[in-house]
Design a protein around this ligand. Structure first.
Ligand code: ADP
Ligand code: MG
Length: 476
């Protein structure tokens, strides 16, 4: 007796169920229905193109085996894909796709671009009253180009961002990857692009999402069996801004999903903007195929801003907040906090808070006192090289002379002070210090320190020298 397609598929499901985790079965196989059996060709219907890609990528081996078990060696599988149309045509149409099992990577690129999207897709950001596709871009409107100060540190990234904002999807900067250390302005710049697009092209569907949130939404959609809605939502966007993609590390399934979304958007000429704490080539824990996509467009880095830019950032921030600080205070803060913009702003905010609490105007002395802890925590470790450089500059002697054997008075003095400061300002042992300053032994260092201490006690001028240098050390 001939078997019906439903029976055959039921038998297949039986085997598949035993071979994969329950959750995966629920997500990927329960939504499938058997459509027809034509000789030895079984056609199954899947809810979307994405589903088809996913099945072919992850389950093609299992599917092929089970189908052959049911229909013999000549058994074949075909997909019927329901393609949602956003046009008025009403019912969705379908398209057929053979199973070939060539691996998804090659196939994905030769796939036709899926026709867009169902009208009432579900928004994982849960916006009540969603009717037409009217998506809150999740942007912070304070992050604009206008208040993003330009400097050498960000010129390329900023102008590329500007170009992308003017023509999303229409430049070769796709994806645009903005990378750089913490607090250097990645989120600000990425959001500024989104805000600029929304300002000039309000109809564009823009979505900002942190990688972390995206991962969470994916997990939730698996739990709730809404994976299709999840993917559809992101694939419907004109611009996706994904912040901190280094957080994809180790999350293979989410990377897979994003890979598909990325391909879809990119092929449809939509804009992808990414940020990351490292250059794509240095990102660990990301799948190669995803990384290679990230390298397609432009990667632009953000550096630590130089002093002038830091001052400009502080001034802009003050202006925006309607406050005023004396120039020398701004300069002091900008000079001393030089590792990232967030800390720079943080220092200023705490300064203002303290002055409000104490009802005192902020002058340089107060700023110094208040920021003492801040600066101590953030300042770099002082090295012997640096001490040597500073001391030699101070006494105007050639830098390498302190390491030589010369017994000239001013050189000996510079050498001894360098050793003394190395002992008090670095964690180096006496032996290391001696070795560094011209291969001397530890007793020479002890002698040098003793001499400097004696001179500080007895020689006012000498004491002033040492104090001066120490001050410079602390300023740096
Ligand atoms: P990241 O995402 O790289 O960690 P953010 O974008 O959150 O850094 O930036 C930290 C803070 O510094 C934000 O308040 C941001 O507005 C500010 N900032 C960074 N770069 C600039 C800049 N070039 N001009 C003005 N503000 C900046
Ligand atoms: Mg950020």
């Amino acid at each position: 007796m001939e078997k019906t397609c439903t029976e055959v598929w039921k038998n297949c499901l039986h085997i598949i169920k035993d071979n994969i985790p329950t959750q995966s079965f629920k997500t990927w196989f329960e939504p499938i229905s058997a459509l027809k059996l034509d000789g030895n060709v079984l056609t199954i219907q899947v809810p979307s193109l994405f589903f088809y890609e996913w099945l072919e990528e992850h389950y093609v081996g299992l599917l092929r085996k089970t189908v052959k078990k049911q229909l013999g060696d000549e058994g074949r599988l075909e997909y019927n894909i329901v393609v949602d149309k956003s046009s008025n045509s009403g019912s969705p149409y379908t398209t057929n796709m053979p199973s070939n099992g060539n691996g998804a990577e090659a196939k994905v690129q030769s796939m036709p671009i899926p026709v867009s999207i169902n009208k009432d897709i579900k928004n994982p950001f849960i916006i009540p009253g969603l009717k037409k596709l009217n998506v809150d871009p999740q942007l912070n409107t304070n992050y604009t180009f206008e208040n993003y100060i330009e400097g050498d540190c960000n010129r390329l990234a900023r102008s590329a961002g500007y170009a992308v904002a003017a023509k999303p999807g229409g430049t070769s900067f796709n994806p645009l990857m903005i990378y750089g250390g913490v607090g250097l302005g990645k989120t600000h710049l990425a959001q500024a692009i989104g805000n600029e697009i929304k300002r000039n092209m309000p109809d564009k569907l823009v979505i900002y999402v942190s990688c972390e949130k995206f991962c969470q939404q994916f997990v939730d959609s698996l739990k709730n069996n809404t994976i299709n809605d999840f993917v559809n939502f992101y694939q419907a966007m004109d611009v996706i801004i994904m912040d901190d993609v280094h957080n994809f590390a180790g999350k293979e399934k989410t990377q897979d999903i994003f890979f598909h979304i990325f391909n879809h958007l990119h092929q449809s000429g939509k804009q992808v903007i990414l940020t990351s704490d490292k250059a794509p080539k240095d990102l660990a824990g990301l799948e190669e195929r995803l990384l290679s996509r990230f390298k397609w467009g432009l990667s632009a880095d953000l550096q630590i801003p130089d002093l002038e830019t830091r001052i400009a950032i502080l001034k802009k921030k003050m202006y925006a907040d309607g406050i005023e600080l004396p120039g020398e205070v701004i300069e002091y803060v900008a000079h001393n906090i030089d590792n990232n913009v967030r800390e720079l702003e943080g220092a200023m905010v705490s300064l203002l808070a303290q002055s409000t609490l104490n009802k005192k105007d902020i002058d340089l002395a107060l700023a110094k006192q208040m920021l003492k802890n801040f600066i101590k925590n953030t300042s770099k470790e002082i090295s012997m090289e640096y001490i040597q450089k500073l001391v030699c500059e101070y006494f105007e002697v050639p830098v390498d002379m302190v390491k030589s054997q010369t017994r000239k008075r001013e050189i000996v003095q510079a050498r001894q002070i360098s050793m003394y400061l190395s002992k008090s300002h670095t964690k180096s042992s006496l032996k290391t210090i001696g070795a560094f300053f011209g291969g001397r032994d530890h007793s020479t260092v002890i002698y040098a320190c003793q001499t400097v201490e004696d001179l500080i006690e007895t020689d006012k001028k000498f004491k002033a020298y040492v104090n001066d240098i120490q001050k410079k050390l602390k300023m740096s």
